[in-house]
Design a binder for this molecule. Structure first.
Ligand SMILES: [Fe+2]
Length: 357
């Protein structure tokens, strides 16, 4: 399969596999079982030590393998591949295929970050992750001066009305030591709630905002990219959206917590005080439970693929002024929804409820 396939070509090939729907979770076929893999914790993370993603893309049954990968990423939250030879065009192809083959809406493509205007970024569908960015200044612009390492737990681009389903990050430049990334399971975060508290939260909605990007762009003298940013609904410079705080992942059918420290500002059906207290507690579930997290120590050219529908992540900024840099592709999924008939991960897998342990 050529690396230069257009999104439309992939879509037409994937037509019969595009079955993402709220009531029909996708079931793994076992197509990747022949490859050695290690589950890194009971609830989150898997590594394939001997797989090149380019071999999956070139395989005769590439679509079957990549659809399976989309399901496994959705179930395990994040999957790691060491020392990859995948280039930027192949990374974009894989990003599109993961979404399309697992049934993302036709209106969704690859995200263009509002801070990466097409006039300035060499390839706006690639967001360069770099330690050169002045993060401290961004936070100060919105008055966020927390110095806790846990302040940056987030899910990518939840300020967009149509946020991401999958992200692929390849890190090519690393500090001598440090710069690990941590991911946390939104499924397990939901499963840590008491049934009564979970019921109270289901159906509530929250405002997500990235006003800080606009302030930063204004301060630095460049314009926000007004879009469309990978989906016709992701337009304008407001950079805010309203999403359910418990969300159903359409690939697995499992419920996930969907609020995060960076972008979620306010639960709309509660008073400000109730919202602040609730968000603080929900964020603690993610940041304080290291048994629902996985920490990855990068080597050059390692790749991580994660589900932004049901996963949180944060960088570890312990590397001083050294350069840490990589390329990220973010595929867009559907507008988040909550299906009351969906199950929690533990419920779907027949595991005991956390509350009863
Ligand atoms: Fe991120």
């Amino acid at each position: 399969m050529s690396n230069t396939q257009t999104s439309t070509e992939i879509k037409s090939q994937a037509g019969t596999l595009s079955v993402r729907a709220s009531t029909v979770p996708l079931v793994p076929t076992g197509a990747l079982d022949k490859y050695e893999h290690i589950d890194l914790t009971p609830v989150i993370g898997r590594e394939y030590p001997n797989v090149q993603l380019t071999d999956l893309l070139k395989a005769e049954n590439a679509d079957e393998l990549i659809r399976e990968l989309a399901i496994i990423v959705s179930q395990r939250n994040v999957v790691f591949f060491r020392n990859q030879d995948i280039d930027i065009e192949q990374q974009k192809l894989l990003g599109n295929k993961l979404g399309i083959l697992s049934g993302r809406p036709q209106s969704s493509g690859l995200h263009i970050h509002p801070k990466d205007p097409p006039s300035q970024a060499p390839d706006p569908e690639i967001h360069v992750i770099t330690s050169k960015a002045n993060k401290k200044k961004e936070y100060e612009n919105e008055g966020d001066i927390s110095r806790l390492a846990s302040r940056e737990w987030h899910t990518d681009i939840t300020f967009e009305p149509v946020p991401s389903d999958f992200a692929i990050l390849k890190i090519h430049t690393l500090p001598e030591i440090g710069g690990d990334t941590l991911w946390a399971s939104g499924y397990e975060a939901y499963d840590r709630l008491s049934p009564a508290f979970a019921k109270h939260l289901e159906g509530l909605t929250a405002l997500h905002s990235a006003k800080k990007f606009k302030l930063f762009a204004d301060a630095e003298g460049f314009g926000i990219h007004e879009g469309p940013r990978g989906n016709p609904e992701n337009v304008g410079s407001e950079l805010q959206a309203i999403h359910p705080i418990v969300r159903t992942n359409p690939v697995t059918g499992w419920k996930s917590l969907f609020v995060n420290k960076i972008f979620t500002k306010r639960i709309l059906e509660l008073t400000k005080d109730e919202s602040d207290a609730t968000l603080a507690y929900l964020n603690r579930i993610v940041a304080d439970n290291h048994d629902l997290q996985v920490r990855f120590r990068w080597n050059k050219n390692d790749v991580a693929i994660w589900s932004n529908t049901s996963t949180f992540h944060t960088v570890t900024r312990d590397y001083g002024d050294e350069l840490r840099q990589g390329d990220r592709v973010v595929s867009l999924g559907e507008k988040p929804y909550f299906d009351p008939a969906s199950k929690s991960r533990r419920e779907a897998l027949g595991l005991k409820r956390w509350f009863d342990l």
